[in-house]
Write a protein that binds this ligand. Sequence first.
Ligand code: NAP
Length: 348
Amino acid sequence: MKAVQFSEHGDREVIEYGEFEDPEPGRGEVLVEVKAGALNHLDIWTRKGMPGLDLDMPHIPGSDCAGIVAETGPGVTRFEEGDRVALLAGVPSDGYEFDHDGDETLSPGFHIIGEHVRGVHAEYAALPESNLVEVPEGVDWVTAAASPLVFQTAWRMLIERGELQAGEDVLVLGASGGVGHAAVQIADYTGAEVYATASSEEKLEYAREVGADHTINYEEDDFADEIREMTGGRGVDMVVDHIGAQTWQNSLKSLTKGGRLVTCGATTGGRPETDINRIFWNQLEIIGSTMATPSEANEVLDLVWEGELEPRIREVLPMSETSRAHEIIEEREGFGKVVVKPDSVYDS
Ligand SMILES: NC(=O)c1ccc[n+]([C@@H]2O[C@H](COP(=O)([O-])OP(=O)(O)OC[C@H]3O[C@@H](n4cnc5c(N)ncnc54)[C@H](OP(=O)(O)O)[C@@H]3O)[C@@H](O)[C@H]2O)c1
């Protein structure tokens, strides 16, 4: 089969699209004929390499895909040939015994398909059936591939970890990114008052289209000052931050007393200066969040399948142009998700 792959970490030039051994489904696994895959910022980190990341090379990237069940391995009970499926990329530890109230994301060996083990940007992928969800007829492959990782991440951040309530004020940073644009939609769906930031007027226009009530161009204005002004000096109840070092101090400054900062990422660095006095005096909560449990993911994906929430697509490219897909993300071009399809099905 053909697969996106790299044999060493590095710049975009290390990405290739070429022959790779055909995967075979093992016990409890399903062979999926991939119709579309989506990129996440994670694909950039994985390509560049991260401390502690020790990959079997060549590595196939990709943590989002959707396609058709081509074959089932022994012991598979939930799927049969021809079923339409999408991937949930989080994998709990082997033999996990459901402590932590059954929260798989807190299992000690929790890892992500595409990041820690081979991913799915290929013509075929053999995947544990427990990592697959059914995609209803009528949902197109691009939507099915672009939604799972970012919508589950944003759902857990806002709803499960942050416990966002209708009527609260929430600030979503980086509203043009995958997680950001999902967070804006979920906050709006919840009935919160949504403030969103992005780096250009065009991106802010999109943010308003998907549900932002108030927008701030943080390249032009100090977003913490703007939030104070827009909320009559009060600040917001929740900040959704996946940008990290560059925004951290202003995220804290944007919160009202007792506010919550929910973080899932640190695109601009993970070691910001912080203001401990502000945290204790204003009794702020700092909440970490990663991926989601299958039941949380299913809850939000049902809303996507029903059309209540919807991924916006920056571009759909053949997998042989994955390097360009990385460029779009790294250069912060556009709004929403970048999707790749195997070259053999690109035109279908
Ligand atoms: N913990 C988890 O489970 C989890 C899950 C998903 C993602 N994440 C993390 O969350 C972050 C966002 O992921 P994503 O896939 O949504 O990324 P993305 O689609 O690339 O979006 C990132 C957004 O951040 C903004 N940004 C601000 N400063 C930036 C900079 N210096 N470089 C790049 N972008 C910058 C950009 O918006 P503007 O151009 O408008 O500023 C961009 O749209 C990543 O760090 C990712 O690893 C974590």
